[in-house]
Write a protein that binds this ligand. Structure first.
Ligand code: SF4
Ligand code: SF4
Length: 347
């Protein structure tokens, strides 16, 4: 593994879906022909626990990185961040074929200055995440990785010149992650493919997008299963990932900033799609037509899990955000009026 190279990590799909495996193999085969890349394959990113060799391998990568995974880029980026594999969000230019102007507007909104608390101790490198669900042929990914490699190279060169001007006696190898002697060899890669690719168990847990999270603590008040905690800086974190109830996304509906992602959930906004509101008319129309809202759906989902655990249902009596408690006193908005009209028509 050369420290000058861009590392490309391909995160495999769960299971053995033939079309997905074929795409992964085509991408890997094309990438190893490309100069200046270190290419590795790991199992499904979200399922890697802290002991898994694939995760230890990811932790060992120091420079810029491209991660191809079967999930939204935002989900992949924050899964990595939660695992301590941090960097600055690399803006990919690959857009899925059905990407339209409306979605572009939503993405632009997502790029507005963020009010989230952000991640801490972010090293000086970029992580670019690409969604393997966007294209069925490998060429698009190869072209984008070439573009990213050129972008990273230019950035390192510019930084190297800047650094040499500031410290003319040091040798800067332009790695983007520090200065070392030209004689120091790159470390050997201790990870063998068979260890890195051992299939992990499937997992289910929330992932926090700290670019959106304001540390309001509504999720920790809502979750009655001990999933959330706070760190030494009193920042929210997902402390006990595997306490979360499989298939349930309840707290993502409660988060006022839509900062909680379940990468494997079927609804795109909850799974980490760019922009978009979890409770928006476009996404959750059927639930609104049932007369419910996101908070009461979340409370029902939570009650179901409490009962499965042999505990009492609590409904809306515990950990419900203040905005819900005030809701009855607020004037009705246009959407409420629309739903009332439809109710009156009895359709
Ligand atoms: S509810 Fe959302 S914004 Fe508030 S602390 Fe939890 S993740 Fe952050
Ligand atoms: S989905 Fe349910 S169990 Fe999991 S973290 Fe959220 S509230 Fe807790």
């Amino acid at each position: 593994m050369s420290r000058h190279n861009l590392t490309v990590v391909l995160s495999q799909a769960q299971g053995k879906h033939p079309a997905k495996r074929a795409l992964e193999e085509a991408i890997a085969a094309a990438l190893i022909q490309e100069p200046g890349l270190d290419v590795s394959v790991v199992p499904y990113l979200y399922d890697l626990d802290q002991e898994h060799t694939g995760r230890l391998f990811l932790e060992s990568i120091a420079g810029d990185m491209v991660v191809l995974a079967w999930m939204y880029p935002r989900a992949a980026f924050w899964v990595l961040d939660r695992d301590g594999i941090k960097g600055h969000f690399g803006e990919a230019q690959l857009k899925p074929p059905e990407f339209d102007d409306e979605e572009e507007e939503e993405s632009d909104q997502a790029l507005e200055p963020s009010k989230g608390i952000g991640s801490l101790e972010v090293p000086h490198r970029h992580i670019y995440c690409l969604d393997l669900r966007d294209f069925s042929s490998h060429e698009h990914y190869i072209q984008e990785i070439r573009r990213i490699a050129a972008e990273c190279r230019q950035r390192r060169e510019a930084e190297s010149i800047e650094h040499q001007q500031a410290h003319p006696t040091l040798v800067d190898l332009g790695t983007g992650f520090g200065i070392r002697s030209a004689e120091t060899p790159a470390p050997a890669n201790p990870f063998t493919p068979e260890h890195v690719l051992t299939s992990p168990e499937r997992r289910w847990y929330p992932v926090i997008d700290y670019s959106r999270c304001t540390n309001c603590m509504e999720c920790i008040d809502f979750c009655l299963f001990g999933v959330y905690g706070v760190d030494q800086n009193e920042r929210i974190l997902v402390e006990n990932q595997d306490n979360c109830k499989r298939g349930c996304p309840a707290c993502s509906r409660v988060c006022p900033e839509h900062a909680i992602i379940f990468p494997d959930y079927k609804t795109p906004a909850i799974a980490g799609a760019p922009g978009g509101a979890v409770t928006g008319l476009k996404i959750d129309l059927s639930k609104l037509f049932g007369g419910d809202d996101a908070i009461s759906i979340a409370a029902q989902e939570r009650d179901r899990e409490l009962i499965n655990d042999g505990r009492q249902a609590v409904g809306l009596t515990i950990g419900i955000p203040k905005r819900q408690a005030n809701k009855g006193q607020q004037p009705k908005d246009e959407l409420d009026k629309l739903v009332d009209s439809l109710d009156a028509l009895d359709i």
